[in-house]
Design a protein around this ligand. Structure first.
Ligand SMILES: [Zn+2]
Length: 409
């Protein structure tokens, strides 16, 4: 297959007007256009709701922080090569663009005294962070310098870690099934030669053992040298259209940051104990996730996060009123809908399919007269005319069930 024939999220992103990369804004700093933003918004809402139901509490924190915060976290000592250089406001006031959300979330835990009753405390945020990637490796959404990460830090007692990691793996599977992510495999990333790590050998051995236990019954490979600088991790790998592997979801154990930030909770017996910090992402960054989703679905997203879910196509001007009424009802039902009235019906049907809009509702004179509509699916199938309420219920059911199919099962 020639490079130009391959499914490339950059080409589809342009054709479907999902995002744009403008050299004036800078390499690796893509701009999400309305269609891409609509799909991303639907995915963000879904992930937030999934997390909320699983006991996560969401916070907001700024993508910029004082230099001292990242000295404390170890990022400036171990990770500075991947960070943008600090910005100096005055001699003793320097700021950095954060390369991770963990330092802020450690401060959330430390904001007041904590009791064992609050554990596991799950702090989640879809937040911005920055990596000083070299311009040569940047491309579309798959490698970027401004990253929007689905992130959380779960503060646990040591004896809770096993169950917590198992539950995170379950959430990862649930989210991936809804989005249509097909993981290439699981990986246990451990220490390797030639890298710098914090923490002692006993901590690392213990963390690795906990992750191996959580992976019992799962097939995985071991990747020496791919651990985070503060601990081993489980990575869920994906493969893009060009066969390149990368990490989407991750679960990481960290004994170090609780030390550095002096985090503690009061245990049942009144003793002050350190929590373990579990870093986890269910779906990775919105950028890498969408680079993958655009390619794996060839732009035809499941209906629940399609940018436009329903195109309303009046056959001619005589059905303008019926089309507007249908669009209003679809909007009121929570669907993303557009009316397309310009040009021949055949051209509009083809255009809706080209834009991967899951449903086109064709309204002719006869349908308008008896309150019906003909649904055409983007895969070419069409349904017999249905009462408008039934057609909207059908689309609404498919969207609500977050299935990858276009008709209810
Ligand atoms: Zn983290």
């Amino acid at each position: 297959m020639r490079e130009s024939d391959m499914i490339d999220h950059r080409r589809l992103g342009r054709e479907l007007e999902l995002f744009v990369s403008d050299p004036l804004a800078g390499a690796g700093l893509p701009i999400w256009l309305p269609a891409g933003a609509a799909a991303r918004h639907a995915v963000e809402e879904y992930v937030r709701e999934l997390e909320r139901r699983a006991g996560y509490q969401h916070v907001y924190s700024p993508p910029l922080g004082k230099r001292e915060l990242f000295e404390r976290s170890g990022h400036l000592g171990y990770f500075a090569d991947d960070m943008f250089p600090p910005m100096r406001l005055s001699a003793d006031d320097e700021f950095v663009l954060r390369p991770a959300l963990c330092p802020h979330h450690a401060l959330v835990f430390g904001a007041r005294g904590r009791s064992y009753r609050e554990l596991p405390l799950r702090v989640a945020e879809l937040g911005g962070m920055y990596r000083a990637e070299r311009s040569g490796v940047l491309g579309g959404l798959s490698r970027v310098r401004a990253i929007s990460l689905n992130d959380a830090h779960n503060f646990c007692a040591l004896e809770q870690v096993g169950a917590e990691v198992a539950e995170i793996l379950r959430l990862i599977r649930e989210a991936h099934a809804a989005l249509g992510v097909r993981p290439a495999g699981f990986r246990l990333s451990v220490r390797g030669p030639g890298q710098r790590y914090v923490g002692d050998d006993a901590q690392w051995a213990r963390a690795e053992e906990l992750l191996r236990d959580a992976l019992a019954g799962v097939e995985y490979e071991v990747a020496p040298g791919d651990a985070a600088f503060y601990g081993p991790k489980i990575d869920v790998q994906i493969v893009d259209g060009r066969g390149r592997e990368s990490t989407l979801a991750t679960v990481q154990l960290d004994f170090d940051k609780p030390e550095r930030f002096d985090l503690a909770y009061t245990d049942r017996d009144g003793a002050r104990r350190r929590p373990v910090m579990v870093h986890r992402s269910l779906v990775g960054s919105m950028e890498r996730l969408f680079a993958y989703l655009i390619e794996v679905h060839e732009g035809a997203f499941p209906a629940w996060y399609a940018p436009v879910q329903l195109a309303v196509l009046p056959v001619d001007a005589g059905q303008a009123g019926a089309a507007a009424d249908l669009a209003r009802r679809a909007e009121a039902a929570g669907l993303r809908v557009e009316i397309d009235a310009a040009g021949s019906l055949g051209a509009r049907i083809r255009d809706a399919a080209r834009r991967r809009i899951p449903y086109a509702a064709v309204v002719g004179a006869r349908e308008a007269a008896d309150g019906r509509v003909s649904l055409r699916l983007r895969d070419g199938r069409s349904l017999d005319p249905l009462p408008v309420a039934d057609a909207l219920a059908l689309v609404g059911d498919v969207v609500a069930s977050r299935t990858g199919q276009l008709l209810p099962g």
